[in-house]
Design a protein around this ligand. Structure first.
Ligand SMILES: Nc1nc2c(c(=O)[nH]1)N[C@H]1C(S)=C(S)[C@@H](COP(=O)(O)OP(=O)(O)OC[C@H]3O[C@@H](n4cnc5c(=O)[nH]c(N)nc54)[C@H](O)[C@@H]3O)O[C@H]1N2
Ligand SMILES: Nc1nc2c(c(=O)[nH]1)N[C@H]1C(S)=C(S)[C@@H](COP(=O)(O)OP(=O)(O)OC[C@H]3O[C@@H](n4cnc5c(=O)[nH]c(N)nc54)[C@H](O)[C@@H]3O)O[C@H]1N2
Ligand SMILES: [Mo]
Length: 766
């Protein structure tokens, strides 16, 4: 008989926790009813994972001795001094107070982007924003690294990304009705392990398998082959990275000439096709977007483009795009072109037809679970109007006062003196990390709450150790994931780590807003309150949740009995006047007057092809002939748990693996397992070679998330962000463009540098 199990939730899924016998640590197991659990979280309590926990508050030596602003160039290299909590909190409170008094709240950057951990109360961003708002606000960030271009664009042309993510046609409907599934960028099962806030049952593998079994034909248009596993045959059409828009336009060109092209859907449910068509035919720019034109750009044979258009017109067709395509130069265009193409096929709102934006981005898309609200901690009001598009952080730090455009308006970068980060890792998520390292010298103080000695913690002035989900009680919930989870504390906090809530409560007390921050509640009081508030909300939607104590004893509330098939845009298609979209016209906008009105030459009023800043057709490809894709890692979430045994078991030559085509490897004398160097004018890193036919010639793939380990001028661990380009997708959205990046590769010769980032940083004697 195994002892009773409790539950914990992570972005990768729900785990069952079994108390250890005779003083042994608890053990984690996948959720029994999950048919495809993720292994990412099983090592959370492993001694090797725990060894990198931050044990005590720590302060960078010069900052402690010389005060704020001292020797900022030593960030990331210098020793830390461990201090007690009172000392650390006094220092942080004094510095926050001083920066406010001398420079104002608009000198505090509190955007604090990052995924942090699951759990609705101990959500680090909510906590840091609530704290800073009570003090008069902070400079925030908008949009995400995930969907920089998509989040800015989609509300203008269809609906917000949050709405879209929760409205995708469900897998059961796809299996029953979809005859042809065409995806740009696959549906990678490695990615659908996660959902922001926590996956419930993992459904994508079964969803794809059910479609294959029902006879759906799959076409994967992608630079890599191994991102669409259906259990059945898949046609792979390799495409040059960042050129998908050209292919979509050529498909549209062929469809337009086909007798089956019927304007009824366009006329009923969209606006602006007539403004787009002259661009498609070349009337406006002299370039007809023909299959031959697209072949020269994409490498996809014109005959295959013509045939694919015919196949799409002949079948119930779902077309899907990976989010990665918009994480690129002019990333607005593939999303807009995809929606346009789907509208021209006329199947939007029909069962199994239309478009998907990221069936392979997270577990969420395709869920048939009920859409309910979850518990939310109020963040209060931010009195500071200044903001940045999230991926413009280095520009902000390096160019205070400089103008930038976003969504049609010109703003100025604020002058930041203090960075406050809880629950994110900028030295994971940002591009061109050598540039970010220079930008990081600008503020006088950098305060970070972290659980582990991540690169972000190592580059801070003051590091405050935070607890993990397994060390505190919380409530788990994510949209359409089908569960409310009583996340029960399984172990005592490691070292002196404290909850972010407790840390901010003490800081708020020191700064005179303690009562406003806590509202007189401890963490347990907040869990009850957030649960009860939410239960009252969902009761209005007809769902009866048990009282808090019943929920807590029960452990899981399973919403599966309320599952309903879902068809995206079904109601809108049936009656577009009653079910108007949130766009200016209430319809899908193939031409957007509003975006056209911004007068931007890199994002006009309709989808269009632009040459990426870097790509295989660029002159610089002569020097850097490989297009680098830095995709999401299979064995971790971003940088989280990169140091765990499970993540490290995936390394090659002790570094993150880089996938190379056999021809590209042979031309460089590289064989499988070699230690290689990837480089361009922005940086150099090491990686371990995997030589495989699953990647097309001219493309290299190095997943994100190896902890940044800078050597003198060589990153040692395989972090692609020393190579990527730090430039906004366009003047419209300013989104992260990480997938636009050329590099060269060579075998590493000479002495082999050791990876140093998996050990704590150096400490000075206290
Ligand atoms: N080249 C390239 N770069 C990319 C991408 C890409 O495709 N290519 N993708 C981008 C995308 S889509 C994203 S979303 C970003 C992700 O970037 P991030 O979300 O910043 O990356 P994470 O590693 O998830 O960072 C979260 C951090 O929060 C910490 N943490 C977890 N729980 C808690 C807590 O309770 N309290 C505190 N204080 N800390 C906690 C974790 O230890 C971890 O270090 O990366 C982006 N960067
Ligand atoms: N295990 C795991 N899962 C994750 C994450 C993680 O860190 N780990 N991160 C999560 C997050 S925050 C996000 S935002 C999502 C991101 O979801 P995505 O952005 O969709 O994920 P990626 O893996 O970057 O890219 C998906 C596929 O697109 C392909 N691709 C890249 N560029 C191009 C292109 O130009 N054309 C075409 N046709 N294909 C291209 C890539 O090769 C890859 O196979 O993933 C989520 N899922
Ligand atoms: Mo993301």
């Amino acid at each position: 008989m195994s002892p009773a199990r409790t539950y914990t939730a992570a972005h990768w899924g729900i785990y069952e926790v079994e108390a250890g016998q005779d003083g042994a640590p608890p053990r984690l197991f996948p959720l029994t009813v999950d048919s495809d659990p993720s292994l990412i979280g099983l090592d959370q309590l492993d001694p090797a994972t725990q060894a990198l926990r931050i044990a005590k508050p720590a302060v960078r030596e010069s900052w402690l001795e010389g005060g704020p602003g001292s020797r900022p160039e030593l960030r990331g290299q210098e020793r830390f001094v461990e201090v007690d909590w009172d000392t650390a909190l006094d220092l942080v409170a004094a510095e926050v107070g001083d920066v406010r008094a001398r420079f104002g709240n608009e000198a505090i950057f509190g955007g604090s982007y990052g995924w942090s951990s699951a759990g609705r109360f101990h959500h680090a961003q909510s906590q840091v924003h609530r704290f800073l708002n009570l003090l008069g606000g902070y400079v925030r960030s908008v949009d995400s690294y995930s969907l920089g271009a998509g989040r800015a664009l989609m509300p203008h042309i269809v609906a917000s990304m949050d709405e879209s993510n929760l409205s995708h046609t469900s897998w059961d409907v796809l299996a029953e009705h979809t005859q042809l599934f065409v995806t740009f960028g696959g549906v990678p099962l490695k990615n659908t392990q996660v959902s922001s806030g926590g996956s419930g049952r993992h459904r994508t593998r079964d969803g794809l398998a059910a479609m294959a079994k029902a006879g759906t034909r799959f076409v994967n248009i992608s630079p890599v082959r191994d991102n669409l596993e259906t259990g059945g045959p898949v046609e792979w059409i390799p495409i040059r990275p960042n050129t998908d828009t050209a292919l979509m336009l050529a498909l549209a060109f062929v469809i337009r000439q086909d007798p089956r092209f019927d304007r009824v859907f366009l006329d009923r449910c969209t606006v602006g096709y007539d403004r787009f068509e002259p661009y498609l035919t070349g009337q406006t720019d002299g370039v007809a977007k023909t299959p031959a034109w697209a072949e020269a750009i994409t490498g996809v044979p014109a005959v295959r483009i013509v045939a694919l258009a015919d196949e799409m017109l002949s079948a119930r067709t779902m077309i899907n795009v990976a989010w990665a395509l918009q994480r690129a130069a002019h990333g607005e265009q593939p999303f807009w072109a995809l929606v346009t193409l789907a509208c021209m096929l006329g199947q939007v709102g029909l069962p199994g037809g239309g478009y998907g934006l990221g069936y392979g981005a997270m577990n969420t898309q395709g869920s048939a679970h009920a859409r309910l609200s979850g518990p939310v901690l109020s963040q209060g009001q931010n009195a500071v109007p200044a903001f940045i598009p999230v991926a413009r952080i280095a520009d902000m730090l390096l160019q205070p006062g400089a103008p930038f455009t976003y969504n049609g308006v010109t703003h100025a970068y604020p002058d930041i003196q203090l960075l406050y980060w809880a629950g994110g890792n900028p030295f994971h998520h940002h591009q061109d990390l050598n540039r970010l390292t220079r930008a990081w010298r600008k503020p006088r103080s950098i305060i970070v709450h972290e659980q582990y000695w991540t690169p972000a913690a190592r580059f801070a002035d003051v590091v405050l150790p935070a607890t993990t989900s397994l060390e505190r009680n919380d409530i788990g919930f994510a949209g359409r994931e089908g569960y409310f989870i009583a996340m029960k504390k399984a172990v005592e906090p490691r070292g002196q780590s404290r909850d972010d809530y407790a840390i901010f409560a003490d800081l708020a007390g020191r700064l005179g807003v303690g009562e406003a921050y806590t509202e007189g509640l401890d963490a347990e009081g907040w869990l009850r309150r957030l649960y009860d508030e939410n239960a009252a909300r969902v009761a209005k939607a007809g769902f009866d949740l048990p009282a808090f104590d019943g929920f807590w004893d029960q452990g899981l509330i399973d919403l599966a009995p309320h599952d309903r098939p879902l068809i995206m845009h079904q109601a809108f298609r049936a009656d577009p006047e009653t079910h108007r979209l949130g766009t200016p016209s209430g319809k899908i906008e193939i031409f957007s007057e509003r975006i056209a009105g911004y007068g931007l030459d890199d994002c006009p009023g309709h989808p269009a092809w632009f040459e990426p800043f870097e790509w295989l057709g660029h002159p610089d490809a002569a020097r850097h002939p490989l297009h680098l894709l830095s995709d999401q890692p299979k064995r971790r979430l971003h940088g989280q748990l990169d140091h765990s045994p499970y993540s490290r078991a995936g390394k090659v030559a002790g570094r993150e693996p880089v996938y190379l085509n056999p021809g590209d490897a042979a031309a460089r004398g590289i064989v499988d397992g070699d230690l290689v160097e990837l480089f361009n004018d922005r940086g150099r890193c090491l990686a371990g070679a995997i030589v495989t036919d699953d990647i097309m010639p001219g493309v290299a793939r190095l997943a994100t998330g190896a902890w940044f380990d800078p050597g003198a001028d060589l990153e040692r661990n395989g972090n692609p962000n020393v190579l990527t380009l730090d430039r906004g997708s366009s003047a419209f959205a300013q989104g992260c463009a990480a997938q636009t990046c050329l590099v060269e590769a060579r075998r590493h010769e000479g002495p082999i540098p050791a990876v140093e980032v998996y050990a704590p940083p150096p400490f000075a004697p206290a």
